[in-house]
Design a protein. Structure first.
Length: 170
């Protein structure tokens, strides 16, 4: 009994403080931003401009791995029961109110909740049972394919512009 309470406390505190969690449904694990609300993780996605979470279905289970916010290492892994919240219901409204406050850089902040109701899914991942043991290996994997890019060719004029700044300072 005491170990179960300690496991629950660890799952809740670690998940509340972590900005990202890794969730594995039927496919590969994906990193998701989330909120902890009413004893469970709530996530929004699977719509235009939002995070994808394929492999997570209503009524299924998922494996959630929580990372340390300061060091980035794994803290705890736990099993979750996945429930899709229906738009307009009281649980959906409460979850969306929390999610809205954490959503960064939304292109349509004023109409965001209406868009989520029309085009996205809001999932609740509720902890079930005790946390699982952390694996011994690194679990490193190739990044999943994405259309997002972070590297672009360096503009041809950039080296000259940087050299001009150094000359002016000197």
């Amino acid at each position: 009994m005491t170990q179960t309470l300690l496991d629950q406390a660890l799952v809740e505190e670690a998940t509340k403080k972590s900005g990202l969690i890794w969730v594995r449904g039927t496919g590969p694990a994906r990193s998701l931003w989330h909120v902890w609300h009413d004893g469970a993780v709530c996530v929004v996605g699977d719509g235009p401009g939002e995070q994808p979470f394929p492999g997570l279905a209503d009524g299924a289970t998922a494996e959630v791995t929580v990372r340390s916010k300061d060091k980035g290492g794994r803290l705890v892994t736990w099993t979750a029961a996945v429930t899709e919240l229906a738009p307009g219901t009281e649980p959906w409204e409460a979850a969306v109110a929390e999610l809205k406050g954490k959503r960064l850089n939304a292109p349509d902040a004023e109409q965001m909740t209406e868009r989520w109701a029309r085009e996205c899914r809001v999932l609740r991942l509720e902890p079930r049972g005790a946390s699982t043991d952390l694996p011994d290996g690194s679990l490193a994997a190739r990044p999943l394919p994405t259309s997002a890019t972070t590297r672009l060719p360096v503009p041809a004029a950039l080296p000259r512009l940087l050299m001009k700044r150094k000359k002016k300072r000197g």
